[in-house]
Ligand binder design. Sequence first.
Ligand SMILES: *[C@@H]1O[C@H](CO)[C@@H](O)[C@H](O)[C@H]1NC(C)=O
Ligand SMILES: *[C@@H]1O[C@H](CO)[C@@H](O)[C@H](O)[C@H]1NC(C)=O
Ligand SMILES: *[C@@H]1O[C@H](CO)[C@@H](O)[C@H](O)[C@H]1NC(C)=O
Ligand SMILES: *[C@@H]1O[C@H](CO)[C@@H](O)[C@H](O)[C@H]1NC(C)=O
Length: 747
Amino acid sequence: MYEGQPQSLVFLIVYASIVVVANGDYLIGLGSYDMTGPAAGVNMMGYANMEQVTGGIHFRLRARAFIVAEITQGTRIAFVNLDAGMASQLVTIKVLERLKSRYGDLYKEDNVAISGTHTHAGPGGYLQYITYSITSLGFVPQSFDALVNAIELSIVQAHENLKPGSIFINSGDVENAGINRSPSAYLFNPPDERAKYRHDVDTLMTLLKFVDKKSGKSVGAFSWFATHGTSMSRDNKLISGDNKGAAARFFEDWFNASNDTSSSYNHRRLKDSRALLKQASRIKATGGQSCTKTASQLYKVRKNDESRFVGAFCQSNVGDVSPNVLGAFCLDTGKPCDFNRSSCHGDDQLCVGRGPGYPDEILSTKIIGERQFQKAVDLFTSTEEEINGKIDYRLVYLNFTDIEVVLDGNQVVKTCPAALGPGFAAGTTDGPGVFGFQQGDTEINEFWKKVRDAIQEPSQYQVDCQKPKAVLLDTGEMFWPYSWAPEILPIQILRLGQLVILSVPGEFTTMAGRRLREAVKETLISNGNGEFNDDTNVIIAGLSNTYSQYVATFEEYEQQRYEAASTLYGPHTLSAYIQEFKKLAESLARGDKNVGRGPSPPDLSSVQISLLADPSGDSPPPGVKFGDIKQDVKNGPFKVGDRINATFWSANPRYDLLTEGTFSLVEMLQEDRLIPAFDDDDFCLYFKWDGPFFSSAGLYGLATIEWEVRHGTKPGVYRLRHYGSFRTAKDSPVNYFTGASSGFVVS
Ligand SMILES: *[C@@H]1O[C@H](CO)[C@@H](O)[C@H](O)[C@H]1NC(C)=O
Ligand SMILES: *[C@@H]1O[C@H](CO)[C@@H](O)[C@H](O)[C@H]1NC(C)=O
Ligand SMILES: *[C@@H]1O[C@H](CO)[C@@H](O)[C@H](O)[C@H]1NC(C)=O
Ligand SMILES: *[C@@H]1O[C@H](CO)[C@@H](O)[C@H](O)[C@H]1NC(C)=O
């Protein structure tokens, strides 16, 4: 225990000797770090839409981590939640390498879980298998590095924050934050199984609350609930954490606001509006000025201090759950789509789901985020059940291409090499596909067969194995220029007292998740010597550690909608998971540590192809400087509901991501100083980037800072500020700049 960190050991011994440690106490630490990747010109991960490239930031992405350790043994688990589409095998491998060099064997593959929220609005190119990096033109080192750094540093922060504390658990139903987007497939599940559940989606949210022992103050909360990160559409260009990132932002801000005793703003009687206007008129737009990178960090609203409360919203069995809760309708007729195929008179592209803010996707993101946030607040404030009991974990790697599965009745079947069916190409009602395929297709026409065979003709074994899926893309048999799909997948169990987390490397449908949870729970109870019972919470952490698309039930697989067509390893994929998870659960329940580790997943970093060029030098057009105002704010006064914007001459935001900093800032006049009021992390502030454009001097861009004045904004004098950076040539040094709009009044 505690290899490589004698200070903690000393700390522990000292602490243990002065504090009477009650049963159920742990060391807990939380951390959070900015993981926002390149905000211009990089394909977004999720919809596989080549035209969807980043063009600014709605709000920043974060990696949020907790570590829990047993006080006596030091046995620990770390869980990291990413505002990302999914975890990535290569990211996991690199993070583990870095943790090993920092901490020795303290944090390893089996006790660290990295899970994605499934936002579809983050920069892509960080996965190592070809299928997941085609639309991003291959591997994007900048996206990758932003993730790896943030995960590492969130864990470092959590590690350095480790202090005695207690953990509480609570669960309850979230209303109307998800609907089943493949209800016809759900109906294929046996009636007696369906009869056990009220809904065709899981509505339960499970929340952990972390409380510092010494101060009695809450330091964080993590919750799990299943709904897709597709409130933002396939046409969105702004980086966003989607509804879960929004919920996290709201929760952290709520906590801060409700615990903020330092009344930083003196609510003096408001000056009359004339005086305000006079003050505003004295604040002239400032031209572009050079500054340092730290300026963008110094003037952030939320400082990255380690005492900050961390609130995370994690993903679960999300496979068939859509946040577009109004349902899917035909764009041409406005009528509901075909039930079985989610198309409109044969056209899948016309059938699109609607969020509760339809047609405003930002509003939908906010509403679905708020529904999760509100429930999390309820659970957080009302929880009484304390976590106590062991910390434990198990992980095993499996080669999913040929697992022998023994079904009930002793029939032996096998999983298959990965393949995608036509229903995959049809997409979903959250993001329809292309090429005229429909969900539910089990045939491929001659034309597409020829195209497929030109890429890779599937073996007869594969064709038979995958049935009733028709093999459209034989990704499991494609290795040029390197692997298209994963073969080796990790499955993992983390135990924290009466909570058991199943880390799955994909998107389980609602019923697939239920089956897995129940099977694991039964196994734990029957092997656990009384340590587990009906009240044991078994939850699924989706999209964890690596990514392998979907897992539908055997029955759902019959219909071959999107989720089934994307279930890579054939009809028995779920049965294989259940069989292998039961083995893992049994070894955990019996305290048997000798589960084999299985085959290592490959590290394909050395063969990655990157076709997306880095920006290679920007220069402002003649007569202007970067940071100069191109279009100033209009004359106020403005009021709640107004959108205020200013446009600046700017450079490509990829020269420096301004990590833990900000591209956009709203400043407010207080006394005689302008202090930060909103930044890149705020839901009400948008950084929109457009470019590159050409001038006789070279390339440049335009940055528009737009502020939506929300309820609760204090009346006063404000201005908009922009930070950015540029190089003049590929290898020249990075220069930093800033500029600000004129002052204006919000009344
Ligand atoms: C909490 O909110 C106050 C304003 O209400 C702000 O001054 C402070 O910086 C915030 N703290 C954190 C850690 O975000
Ligand atoms: C959907 O398909 C099933 C058979 O797979 C069929 O029984 C049902 O009638 C279809 N429903 C609609 C509305 O077309
Ligand atoms: C996985 O199993 C298949 C089939 O047995 C085999 O061909 C392949 O090499 C294995 N993959 C790895 C990475 O071990
Ligand atoms: C800025 O606001 C004006 C209205 O004041 C609007 O016409 C313009 O489209 C906005 N610009 C951007 C980039 O949002």
